[in-house]
Every structure is written in structure tokens, then in C-alpha cells.
Design a protein around this ligand. Structure first.
Ligand SMILES: Cc1ncc(C[n+]2csc(CCOP(=O)(O)OP(=O)(O)O)c2C)c(N)n1
Ligand SMILES: [Mg+2]
Length: 960
């Protein structure tokens, strides 16, 4: 392996090979023993449980047990037999006999009525203002549909989940002034009107703000309206966690709970009294992301996390599981993954009926009824429920005989019942060692009347007819007259009884006791003390004669930074199982990998210097092969300056191909949440990670990165460039105080994206007259023309392509008498942003002197043609096209990558030195400054169309 190649991966591969063989042998061994007859006889006892083959050491006793079971079944029927079996299982578990647990239970509440705790609140008062919140939430959306505005919103989601939130707000969610530091609450995006409506009663939002729902610009100017969904960036003192892209909330909540543990374990702040609540839709649970990380919560034993799934049985278009039962499905799924599951299905009105259900007929019905029917019942009436539900079995029919249709209609679902929901939340908090999921059955559009409740179209209904308004007003007992409603049905009044109302006093007192406002976002951190220049020296002075890849240089710098006394401990390296590829395994023994259980085994390489080390206080977050979870960790760490008042510096290093392309939506949410930190796209470029091919070769993440307004994307060529970019990034993100108070972290809510490569080359020392300002803005001249006497061109290159451009500069000078400057473009994207800003400014300020984009100023009036090249598709350099004040040619790696040597692939895409040379000559021909015949000769000489004519491989390409 050549010097300086990223990571010595040979160990990794040989270890895997030697491990595979014994494994295969083992399998063969065990299958051969199975064939041998064994004594005593082995019987298939449990197919998919603990053991497939158990010896029957006392067949007679076994027969007696089986006979007893048959006898019960014959004499007392299925229900009794089932009951006894369940009791046996329960007893077995109590006595620690290893039997597989049931993954699903009957369709009833997990917590029996007699185990419900005392409800500490004044339910009547709480229900009173819940009605006001319901009304105001619906009116917020309805009024946003007024003529001339019509910006929409959702009414039915919050209507179904009001109780789930209210019990939390009144009794559980702790605010930031709580001594424990407060909880983190992920609110379902479509429930935002309810949260605004509560904030209105609390006095946090005015009527005028509610009227600005979804009008963030036009309603009184920026900052006066309200964002559609939880968007911290748009309402930074209110929302904390963006959730509306479904599936991201569940992932981020898990990684947040895990990060809380990490932060506590590392001694930054005590997070032991904080809880993460994630409110999710049952339709949302279809997202692979929603379920995809739940094993992490289980294996890490995150009992500081509760998912609350609002199982209203509907998604946008219709039923979530019309033919099945979403609650039962999720119960099995979560329990199987190691979660504590609490079902809240039936309200207290059912208690007596269930008590009277002596032979289990009612439970049978409950078990057998598909969700589609449950939905239909609640879109009808009590008579319908009597006939179509209870009427299906004479025993249940008889059970409800004494009840009126109205009483049957009033049998509520558990998710609308304060006591049942309170019991579930209390049990979740008490549970140790596992995360909890609460599956709460509700009705979509609950309380909004028959046009909304349970209707398939309810998700998208945005306004109420006058009749709907009147009925809803009546059901919620809102003291607003018919006359007031009729005056302008587009603008029915909000309701607030005044701050002195005892119910409002109660509501506010509850929040005061629980530590203040939720949701609420605050930045309480101090700016960090930045490291001095010394840490950067090692990478600024270049690599001498050694060939070093920029990935290596970055890791080297990170290792220096992590040693810094002030800031070092705050770095949070996040790696998805690629540390060895990047040479980050060197950090295992020193920084160690965080594991709440430490390292309870002897590592196979324990005696080596670079041993694999896990520790309770580890600094590295090793996420396994899990980019989605990694972004979750990046987000939690990168927002810790606000969430916990602890600025942490996440450095997430990944294969650049699997970053923006795979998890772009999560990075978008991180930007919304105003995460700060470094994303490092290692093994960047379309032709640099050769051998890996189409799925690995990234020629476009810089383009994708540029679409995220919070991301500053840099493509450094040399290690000193990396140093300046990182240094400036730390200053901009963590080193500055706010305008109002220098002691409070100000800085910018941006994310740095650096693309670094795996091709080793000599890293030059920083030039003495380096144009640092240009480097940080995106472009500076690295090398002047080598032939001032001949025709002139300018070569713009970035990242790994700068050495190709330098080679072309020599070829142009030596072989064709042409002078070429080489400019290092550290950021095409930042140059573009600057250009766009200038254009925008000039458009709206035509009276002022026009701003000239930086790239135009930097390149000046020289007029020499410009050839731009990179290891990215042409659209990347094309980002600056309109501001380049000269003829502009771009070369790039458009198309799929493929596996071959670097020179072959670079010839194929025509981005190598030879191709640059010919492109430059061509540009000069166009201007009449070079002879066409000679240019054609050059192309033929270099065999530009023949990858087989390209030179041999540069260095070992590394493996991914
Ligand atoms: C990733 C993603 N895909 C699609 C949507 C569009 N969408 C918004 S709400 C919704 C249905 C939500 O159903 P559910 O999760 O059951 O929530 P409910 O409103 O029923 O509580 C859909 C599909 C989205 N917001 N995010
Ligand atoms: Mg739903």
C-alpha cells in the first residue's frame, strides 16, 4: 500500500475472510449433528421461539399436561383455554422461565382500570379550556381560508389529538425553566393549529398572530404571521423540532434521546430528568424512516423516550389499515423490537361493558373488527354502532340492550379520555430500561360534527359551513351567538375568556409548575473560545514529499482540534461504519466509541495500538451502517447550543455519495432546526474513488448541497485550504457573540459541507501571499501564467482537479507556448450565492450603484478565456457561468460513474490534463489566438477519445 493512502484497510479485509470460514464450518457442523438420532427424543416445541429442539425428559408428565389442556378446552371452551394459557405465560415470565413473549395482545387497553393512577388534575377545568383550544384551532384554519387569502391548513388532525397534547401540556411536558432542563417535544406537523391556539390562551400569541397563520410575509410583514408547521427557522423562539416531513420526527426523536444520554455521560449537562416525546400519526408510521431506527432506541435502552402514535385510523386519502388493525400491527412490531407498548384503545365508558363481558364475546368482537369498520361506525350514529358492531353477536347485543343509542354513541375512544391517557403517560415515565410507544385510538375530525369526523376527505377539509360552525360552537359550548357567526361566516370570532378567568389561571399555573412554555426555543450558550493558529499549522505547512489525500489532511486536523483544551471535548465525530476508510480508526483508542454499556468483551485487537475501544464516556458516535441515524445525531449535536445550552460541534464524515443524495431531506430538516456543524463528504468525486463504480462515484453532491440555503459547500484542493475553511467555519458558527449580548452565542445558523478526496498527492505548503479572503469567498489565483509571452488562458479548478489543471498549465506552456493561470475555486456554490445576491439587490435597488459579483471582480477585465474543470458534473462550475467576464468552457463528469483506473475514467469524461489542454487550445482557436490545425493535432496526439491511451493508475485507489 502506498504511503498516505487513506486508512490501511488490509486488516479489515483479512479479518473478515478468516472469520467467514469458521462460521461456514460451524453451520455445516451443526446441521450434521441434527441428523444423528438423539436420546431422549426431541420434539418441535416452539417453532420460532427460543429453541426448536428440546428434549422431552418426561413424556408421561407432558401427556398429562396436554390432556388437561384438552379437557379444559372441551369442557369450558376456547375462551377459558385461552385465558389459562395466557395466565401460564404470564406466570412463566414472572418466574423467569424463558418463553417467547406475545407480540400482540387483545384489542383492549394495556393498563387495566384498577391499575390506573389517581388523576391529579381538575378534569372539568381542563376539559373546559380544551374546548376553547379546539374552537380556536379550527378557527385559525377556517379564517385562513377567508376570501383573498385561502392559504389552507388542517383541522382534523389536531381535533383527533387534542387530548393527547393537553394531558401532556397540563401534566407532563417540562419547560426549559424546570430544574431538569426541560423535555424535548416533537409535535406532529399537522397539529400546529392546536399548539398555536393553546399559545393564544396562554397569552403567548395574539389574535392578530393567529390571523397570520400561513401568511409569514404579507400579514403585517415578516415575523408577524405564523408558519404552517413547526419550523424553528421561521419562528426561532417558539418551535424547536421540525417534523412535518413525515418519518423524520421519529428518527430525530430517537437520536435526540440517545444524544441526551451521550451528553450526560460525557459530563456536559445532566439530562437524566429530561424526556423526549414524539407525537406521530398512524399513517406516518408507514414511512420506513418512522420504523427504521426503533432498534436503536431498544438496544440503547432509551427509557427517556416516548412515542405517542395518534391512531385515528386514517391517513390523507383514507383508512391506514382498512382490512387490518394498525394498533395491533404496531404493537407487534414495537414489542418485537424491544419496546414497552401501551395501548389506549377504549375510554372509561367501556369499563363497565368490559367488566360485564363474562364470556369474552365483546373482546372477541373488538379483536375481529377491522379498522375500516371502526372508522365507519364513527361516521354514523349510535343506532348504526348498535346494529353493526354489538349486533353481530347475541351476547354483545344483549349487553347493550339497556343502553340508549345516545349512550352507545357516547362510548368513547381511549385517546380522547384524560384519565386513560394520563395513566399511559405516567406508566411510560415509570417504565425502566426500554422506550415506550403509546398507541392511542382516536377519531379523525373528532368533535367537528358529522361532516368531518371519520370522513375520508377530512384531512383536507379547511373550512366549516355556517351549520357546521353552529353545531361545533354548541358541542364545544363556546359563548358566541348565532348572530355573531352569521355576521361574517368567513370570520367567526376566536374565543378567549380573559386572563382572569379561573380556567385560564389554572392553565397558566400548570405550565408554571412544569417549568414554563412548551414549545419554546432559546439560545443560552456562550460563544466558544476558538483555538489559536497553532492547531492549523500542521496542515498549513504541507506534506513535504509525502503524498496525502485531503481526507487524510482533514482527519489530521480534526485530531489536532480535538486535543484543544477549550474546544476539543465539544467535537462530536459521527461516523457510519467507515472510520477505517477515512483513517479515523486512529481515534478509536484515544477518543473511544460511545457505548452506554462500555466494552464488556475483550476486543480482538486489544493488544494493538489502534485497538477498537468502546466506552461509556466515548466521544465518537459510531452509528453503524446508518446514514439516516447519523444525520439524526448530527442534528441533535448541532442544535445542542439551543436545546441544551451546550454548543457541540458535530463532524459527520461519510461517503459523499450517501450524504445529500440519500439523506437530503434530513439535512434539510437539520437546516430548519438551525443545526450547526461540519458535514464531510469523503471519497468525493466521480473519478477519484475508482474501482467502486456507479453507485459510489459522487459527481453531484455539491450541486445538491447548493440547493440547501443553510449549507456552505466547499471543495478544497489542498490541506491549507481545509485549514482556513474549518477555522473560519468555527468562527462563524461558534465563535461570535450575538449583536445584543457578546456573552451569548450569536454566530450563523449554517452548516459547512466539505468534499474531501481519497487520492494522495503532495500537499503544498500554504503560499506566503495567500489570498485568504478569496479562498473563503470561493476563488483565488493559485498559480500565475508560466508563459506571459504567449496567448493566455485561465484554468479554474476545484478539489482534486487542481493538480490536473496544474499539469495542463505545464503542458500548455511547454508544448504549445500558451500561458495559463490556475485558479483554485474553493466554492462554486458560494460564488453563485454572491452572484445571485448581487443580481437580486440590483433588481430591487435600480437607483443604487450596481453590485458586481465577487467572481467577476476576482477574474477582472483580462478577457483571457476561462476553462473550468472539476471532478463534478458540468452543472457545478456552470453555477457561476453568467458572471464569468470571458468565454467560458466547462469540463465535467456528467453521467454515471464507472469502475476503472483513475486515468482511464478521467480520459473517458475528458477532465484530465490532456483534455484540459485541448479545451484551452480550442478556446484560443475560437478567439483566433491559436492555430486550429495545431489544436486538432493536440487532440490526436493525446488520443482524447481513447481511455486505453490514458496512463497507469495513479495510486492505490483505496476501498470503500
Ligand atoms: C414525507 C411526507 N410525505 C407525505 C406528506 C403529506 N401528508 C401530510 S399529512 C398526511 C397524512 C397524515 O396521516 P397521519 O400520519 O395518520 O396523521 P393524522 O393527520 O391522521 O394524525 C400526508 C400523506 C408529508 N407531510 N410528508
Ligand atoms: Mg392518522
Amino acid at each position: 500500500m502506498p504511503r498516505g493512502t487513506i486508512g490501511d484497510t488490509s486488516d479489515f479485509y483479512s479479518a473478515r475472510a478468516t472469520r467467514e470460514n469458521p462460521l461456514t464450518r460451524q453451520t455445516t457442523d451443526s446441521s450434521s449433528t441434527q441428523k444423528e438420532p438423539t436420546q431422549p427424543r426431541r420434539v418441535h416445541v416452539i417453532r420460532d421461539g427460543l429453541a426448536a429442539h428440546l428434549p422431552d425428559i418426561d413424556p408421561e408428565e407432558t401427556a398429562e399436561w396436554l390432556d388437561s389442556f384438552d379437557a379444559v378446552l372441551d369442557a369450558a371452551g376456547q375462551q377459558r383455554a385461552r385465558y389459562l394459557m395466557l395466565r401460564m405465560l404470564q406466570r412463566a415470565r414472572e418466574r423467569h422461565v424463558g418463553v417467547p413473549s406475545l407480540t400482540s395482545t387483545d384489542y383492549v387497553n394495556t393498563i387495566p382500570t384498577d391499575r390506573e393512577p389517581w388523576f391529579p388534575g381538575d378534569e372539568e377545568v381542563e376539559r373546559t379550556y380544551r374546548r376553547w383550544i379546539r374552537w380556536n384551532a379550527a378557527m385559525t384554519v377556517h379564517r385562513a381560508q377567508r376570501p383573498g387569502i385561502s392559504v389552507g391548513g388542517h383541522i382534523s388532525s389536531y381535533a383527533s389529538s387534542a387530548t393527547l397534547y393537553e394531558v401532556g401540556f397540563n401534566h407532563f411536558f417540562r419547560g426549559k425553566d424546570h430544574p431538569g432542563g426541560g423535555d424535548q417535544v416533537y409535535i406532529q406537523g399537522h397539529a400546529s393549529p392546536g399548539v398555536y391556539a393553546r399559545a393564544f390562551l396562554e397569552g403567548r400569541l395574539s389574535e392578530d398572530r393567529l390571523d397570520g397563520f400561513r401568511q409569514e410575509l404579507s400579514h403585517g410583514g415578516p415575523g408577524h404571521g405564523l408558519p404552517s408547521y413547526p419550523h424553528p427557522r421561521l419562528m426561532p423562539d417558539f418551535w424547536e423540532f421540525p417534523t412535518v416531513s413525515m418519518g423524520l420526527g421519529p428518527m430525530n426523536a430517537i437520536m435526540q434521546a440517545r444524544f441526551n444520554r451521550y451528553l450526560g455521560a460525557r459530563g456536559f449537562t445532566d439530562t437524566s430528568d429530561q424526556h423526549v416525546w414524539a407525537f406521530l400519526g398512524d399513517g406516518e408510521m408507514d414511512e420506513p424512516e418512522s420504523r427504521g431506527l426503533i432498534q436503536i432506541a431498544a438496544t440503547e435502552g432509551l427509557d427517556n423516550l416516548t412515542f405517542v402514535v395518534n391512531a385515528n385510523l386514517q391517513r390523507l386519502d383514507g383508512p391506514v389499515r382498512g382490512n387490518g388493525k394498525i394498533i395491533q400491527e404496531l404493537e407487534s412490531f414495537f414489542r418485537g423490537a424491544g419496546w414497552n407498548v401501551i395501548k389506549v384503545i377504549w375510554g372509561r365508558e367501556w369499563d363497565a361493558l368490559l367488566h360485564g363481558d363474562r364470556d369474552g364475546a365483546l373482546i372477541n368482537l373488538m379483536n375481529d373488527t377491522p379498522d375500516g369498520d371502526y372508522q365507519t361506525y364513527k361516521a354514523n350514529d349510535g343506532g348504526y354502532v348498535r346494529d353493526h358492531f354489538f349486533g353481530r353477536d347475541p351476547r354483545t347485543k344483549a349487553l347493550v340492550e339497556p343502553m340508549t343509542d345516545a349512550e352507545i354513541w357516547n362510548l368513547k375512544r381511549g385517546g380522547h379520555d384524560y384519565r386513560k391517557v394520563y395513566a399511559a403517560y405516567a406508566a411510560a415515565l415509570e417504565h425502566n430500561g426500554q422506550p415506550t410507544v403509546i398507541l392511542a385510538k382516536t377519531i379523525k375530525g373528532y368533535g367537528l360534527g358529522s361532516h368531518f369526523a371519520g370522513r375520508n376527505a377530512t384531512h383536507q377539509m379547511k373550512k366549516l359551513s355556517l351549520d357546521d360552525l353552529k353545531n361545533f360552537r354548541d358541542s364545544q359550548r363556546i359563548p358566541i351567538s348565532d348572530k355573531e357567526l352569521e355576521a361574517d361566516p368567513y370570520l367567526p370570532p376566536y374565543y378567549h375568556p380573559g386572563d382572569d378567568d379561573p380556567a385560564i389561571q389554572y392553565l397558566r399555573e400548570r405550565r408554571r409548575v412544569l417549568g414554563g412554555d412548551v414549545p419554546s426555543r432559546r439560545v443560552r450558550s456562550k460563544p466558544l473560545v476558538l483555538p489559536g493558529d497553532k492547531v492549523y499549522e500542521v496542515v498549513r505547512r504541507g506534506s513535504g514529499k509525502q503524498e496525502v489525500a485531503t481526507t487524510m489532511a482533514f482527519v489530521r486536523l480534526l485530531r489536532e482540534l480535538i486535543k484543544d483544551k477549550e474546544m476539543g471535548a465539544r467535537f462530536v465525530p459521527v461516523i457510519p461504519d467507515e472510520a477505517r476508510t477515512f483513517g479515523m480508526d486512529s481515534m478509536f483508542p484515544t477518543q473511544k466509541i460511545y457505548n452506554p454499556n462500555g466494552q464488556q468483551y475483550t476486543s480482538v485487537d486489544a493488544s494493538l495500538m489502534l485497538a477498537y475501544r468502546e466506552s461509556e464516556q466515548g466521544q465518537l458516535l459510531h452509528e453503524g451502517i446508518n446514514e439516516a441515524g447519523s444525520v439524526g445525531s448530527f442534528t441533535a449535536a448541532g442544535t445542542s447550543y439551543a436545546t441544551h445550552g451546550q454548543p457541540m460541534i458535530p463532524v459527520y464524515v461519510f461517503y459523499s455519495m450517501f450524504g445529500f443524495q440519500r439523506t437530503g431531506d434530513s439535512i434539510w430538516a437539520a437546516a430548519d432546526q438551525m443545526a450547526r456543524g461540519f458535514l464531510v463528504g469523503a471519497t468525493a468525486g466521480r473519478t477519484t474513488l475508482t474501482g467502486e463504480g456507479l453507485q459510489h462515484n459522487d459527481g453531484h453532491s455539491l450541486l445538491l448541497a447548493n440547493t440547501n440555503p443553510a449549507v456552505l459547500a466547499y471543495d478544497p484542493a489542498f490541506s491549507y485550504e481545509v485549514a482556513h475553511i474549518v477555522k473560519d467555519g468555527l468562527r462563524r458558527m461558534y465563535g461570535e457573540g450575538s449583536e445584543a449580548d457578546a456573552e451569548v452565542l450569536g454566530g450563523e445558523n449554517v452548516i459547512y459541507y466539505l468534499t474531501v478526496y481519497n487520492e494522495p498527492y503532495v500537499q503544498p505548503a500554504e503560499p506566503e501571499d495567500l489570498d485568504v479572503d478569496g479562498l473563503l469567498r470561493g476563488i483565488y489565483r493559485y498559480a500565475g501564467s508560466a508563459r506571459p509571452d504567449g496567448p493566455q488562458v485561465r484554468l479554474l479548478a476545484s478539489g482534486v482537479s487542481v493538480p490536473w489543471a496544474l499539469q495542463a498549465r505545464d503542458m500548455l506552456a511547454e508544448q504549445w507556448g500558451v500561458g495559463a493561470e490556475v485558479w483554485s475555486v474553493t466554492s462554486w456554490g458560494e460564488l453563485r450565492r454572491d452572484g445571485v445576491e448581487a443580481e437580486q439587490h440590483n433588481l430591487v435597488h435600480p437607483d443604487e450603484e450596481a453590485l458586481v459579483p465577487y467572481v467577476t471582480r476576482a477574474l477582472g477585465d483580462g478577457g483571457a478565456p476561462v476553462v473550468a474543470v472539476s471532478d463534478w458534473m458540468r452543472a457545478v462550475p456552470d453555477l457561476i457561468r453568467q458572471w464569468v467576464p470571458a468565454p467560458f468552457t466547462t469540463l465535467g463528469t456528467d453521467g454515471f460513474g464507472l469502475s476503472d483506473t483513475r486515468p482511464a475514467v478521467r480520459r473517458h469524461f475528458n477532465v484530465d490534463a490532456e483534455s484540459i489542454t485541448v479545451a484551452a487550445l480550442e478556446a484560443l482557436v475560437e478567439r483566433g489566438e491559436f492555430d486550429r490545425g495545431q489544436m486538432v493535432e493536440a487532440a490526436a496526439k493525446y488520443r482524447l477519445d481513447d481511455p486505453q491511451a490514458a496512463g497507469p493508475q495513479t495510486t492505490d485507489s483505496g476501498v470503500a
